[in-house]
Design a protein around this ligand. Structure first.
Ligand code: HEM
Length: 502
C-alpha cells in the first residue's frame, strides 16, 4: 500500500519541488533587488508563499518582541503576499501613532474586516471623511456616559452596580458546597448586559438562551481580526477545506448572526433608546440608518470582549496573589466600610485598586497588538521609510514590558503605580499602552475605566477569591485580538451579608 502511494505521487513530487525551488529563487531575487533599492526594511528572511507565517508561533506578540531585539523596533515581516511593518517599543510606537497620526490612521482592506457590522463598521473601515464623521458621532455618544454628573452617567453606573451585585450572587452559588468554577461565562454575560443596557435600555439576563449562544460565539471574533491571523493574508487558503477556512466561514456566520441580532433589537428599540437616540438626533451627517446599526454593533462588540477579558484576568490574579487581594480588601474596608457598597465617589481614596487595574493591563497586556493599521501615505519612523498602504502591526505589549520604561517588567506589582503618598502616579499610568494611541485610539477608554473600577470594587468588597489548593494557577492563554486565560477554576466566598446597590 505504501509503495502504491509512492508510485502515484511519483509524477507530482518533482513538479512540486520544481515549483517550490522556482518560488524560492524568485523570492530571493526580489529580496536582493529590494535590498539594493533600499526599499526593504530590516527583518527576517521571508519564505516563498507563506512568508514568515510559520515563525509567528502560538504567541505572535512575544515573537514580535523577540524579533525586535534582532532587527530593531521597526522591521518588516511577510505574511502570505503582504509585507507587514511591525512597530515595537514605547518610542517608535508613539512616534508613529502620535507624531504621524494621520499617516497611521488607515485600516487594511482585509476581506474579514468587510464582514463586520454589515460592512459599515467604523472600527474596521479605513481613514476617510466618512470614517471621521462616524467616529465623531460614536465618540459624542459615549461622552454622554462619562461626562461629569450627567443623568446618563448616573444611569450607566447604576447598570454596572446592578450587574456587579448580581454577579456576587452567581459566584456565591457557583462556589456552593466547596465547588470551584470558571467565572468566564458569567463575566461575559455581565459585561454584555451593561453595554446592552446602554444601547437598548434593557438587559438580557444570565438565562436568555439566544443571548447566551451569541455571546459564546462572540468570544471567537478576535481569532480572525487579531494581528497574525492568516485568513486575510493568504486568500488562497479560503478556496479548499482546511482549518483556516473553517475559522473564516465561522467568522462570517458569527458576524451575520450577531449583526442580525443587533438589527432586530435596534429596530425594536429605535424610538426609545439612549445611544440610538443620540446618533439619530445628529441628523444630516451623510450617515444612514445602517450606520446607526453598525455603531451600536461596534460599541457592543468592542465593549464586551475587552471588559469581560479584563475582569477574567483580574479574578485569576486576585486568587493567584492572596497578599495583593488582602491589601485591596483592607483598603476598601478602611475607606468604604462594611455597611455600604463602594461607589465612584470612593475612587480617589482607592488608588491601590486603580493601580491593580493598571498593573493587570501592563503585565498581561490582554490586548497585546492593536487591530491592524495601514499607512495612508509614505511616512518615516525611526529613520525608516514605510510606503503608503503598508499593513502595520502595533505591538502594545512590547511597550508594557519595555525595560527602558519599567523596572522589573516581568514582576506583577500594582504598587509600582503608587507614589510615596500612596497616590496614583499619573505619569506612570500614562506609560501603559492598552487603548492604543493617536487617531485610532480606543474611544471607550473612559467608560472602560469606570466600569472596571465599579465591577472590581464591588466584587472585592463582597467576595474573597481562592484558588483550588490542589491546582496551581498558571497564566496560560489563547492568542487573538484579546488574550483569554486558559481554563482555570476558583471559588468566591461571601465576605459577609450581601449588599444591594442603591
Ligand atoms: C479594557 C477595555 C478596553 C480596551 C483594553 C480597549 C482597547 C482597544 C484597542 C487596542 C483598540 C484598537 C486601537 C487601534 O487599532 O489602534 C480599540 C478600539 C476601539 N474601542 Fe476599545 N477597548 C476597551 C473598551 C472599549 C469600550 C468599553 C468601548 C465602547 C463602549 C470601546 C470602543 C472602541 C471602538 C469603537 C474602537 C475603534 C476605534 C477606531 O477604529 O477608530 N472600547 N479599543
Amino acid at each position: 500500500c505504501g509503495r502504491t502511494e509512492t508510485d502515484d505521487s511519483g509524477g507530482v513530487q518533482p513538479a512540486l519541488v520544481a515549483t517550490l525551488v522556482f518560488l524560492f529563487c524568485l523570492e530571493a531575487c526580489l529580496w536582493v533587488r529590494n535590498l539594493r533599492l533600499k526599499r526593504r526594511l530590516p527583518g527576517p528572511f521571508a519564505w516563498p508563499v507563506v512568508g514568515n507565517a510559520m515563525q509567528l508561533g502560538q504567541m505572535p506578540h512575544i515573537t514580535f518582541s523577540r524579533l525586535a531585539k534582532k532587527y530593531g523596533n521597526v522591521y518588516q515581516i511577510r505574511l502570505g503576499g503582504n509585507d507587514i511593518v511591525v512597530l515595537n517599543g514605547d518610542k517608535a510606537i508613539r512616534e508613529a501613532l502620535i507624531e504621524h497620526s494621520t499617516e497611521f490612521a488607515g485600516r487594511p482592506d482585509f476581506v474579514s474586516f468587510q464582514a463586520v457590522s454589515g460592512g459599515n463598521s467604523m472600527t474596521f473601515s479605513s481613514y476617510s471623511k466618512q470614517w471621521k464623521m462616524h467616529r465623531k458621532i460614536a465618540q459624542s455618544t459615549l461622552r454622554a456616559f462619562s461626562s461629569a454628573n450627567s443623568q446618563t452617567k448616573r444611569a450607566f453606573e447604576g447598570h454596572v452596580v446592578a450587574e456587579a451585585t448580581e454577579l456576587v450572587g452567581i459566584f456565591h452559588s457557583l462556589s456552593a458546597e466547596g465547588r470551584y468554577f470558571n467565572p468566564g461565562h458569567a463575566l461575559t454575560v455581565a459585561a454584555a448586559n451593561v453595554i446592552c443596557a446602554l444601547c437598548f435600555g434593557k438587559r438580557y439576563g444570565h438565562e436568555d438562551e439566544e443571548f447566551k449562544t451569541l455571546l459564546g460565539r462572540v468570544e471567537k471574533f478576535g481569532e480572525t481580526v487579531g494581528a497574525g491571523s492568516l485568513v486575510d493574508v493568504m486568500p488562497w487558503l479560503r478556496s479548499f477545506p482546511n482549518p483556516v477556512r473553517t475559522i473564516f466561514l465561522d467568522f462570517l456566520d458569527l458576524n451575520r448572526q450577531y449583526f442580525d441580532f443587533i438589527q432586530s433589537k435596534v429596530v425594536a428599540d429605535r424610538e426609545t433608546d439612549a445611544i440610538i437616540g443620540v446618533i439619530e438626533a445628529e441628523g444630516n451627517t451623510g450617515l444612514t440608518e445602517a450606520h446607526t446599526d453598525s455603531t451600536v454593533s461596534d460599541l457592543i462588540g468592542a465593549g464586551l470582549d475587552t471588559i469581560s477579558t479584563a475582569l477574567h484576568w483580574n479574578c485569576l490574579l486576585l486568587a493567584k496573589y492572596p497578599d495583593i487581594q488582602t491589601r485591596l480588601q483592607e483598603t476598601i474596608d478602611r475607606e468604604v466600610g462594611r455597611d455600604r457598597l463602594p461607589t465612584m465617589e470612593d475612587r480617589s481614596a482607592l488608588a491601590y485598586l486603580d493601580a491593580f487595574t493598571y498593573e493587570t493591563m501592563r503585565y498581561i497586556s490582554y490586548v497585546p497588538v492593536t487591530i491592524p493599521h495601514s499607512t495612508t501615505s509614505d511616512v518615516t519612523v525611526d529613520g525608516l521609510l514605510i510606503l503608503k498602504d503598508t499593513v502595520v502591526f502595533v505591538n502594545q505589549s512590547s511597550v508594557n514590558h519595555d525595560p527602558l520604561t519599567w523596572k522589573d517588567p516581568h514582576v506583577f506589582d500594582p504598587s509600582r503605580f503608587l507614589d510615596e503618598d500612596g497616590r496614583l502616579d499619573k505619569d506612570l499610568t500614562n506609560n501603559v499602552m492598552i487603548f492604543s494611541a493617536g487617531k485610532r485610539r480606543c474611544i471607550g477608554d473612559q467608560i472602560a475605566k469606570v466600569e472596571l473600577f465599579l465591577f472590581l470594587a464591588i466584587l472585592i468588597h463582597q467576595c474573597h477569591f481562592e484558588k483550588n489548593p490542589s491546582q496551581d494557577l498558571h497564566l496560560n492563554y489563547t492568542y487573538g485580538l484579546t488574550l483569554k486565560p486558559l481554563d482555570y477554576k476558583i471559588s468566591a466566598k461571601l465576605r459577609g451579608e450581601p449588599l444591594i446597590g442603591t
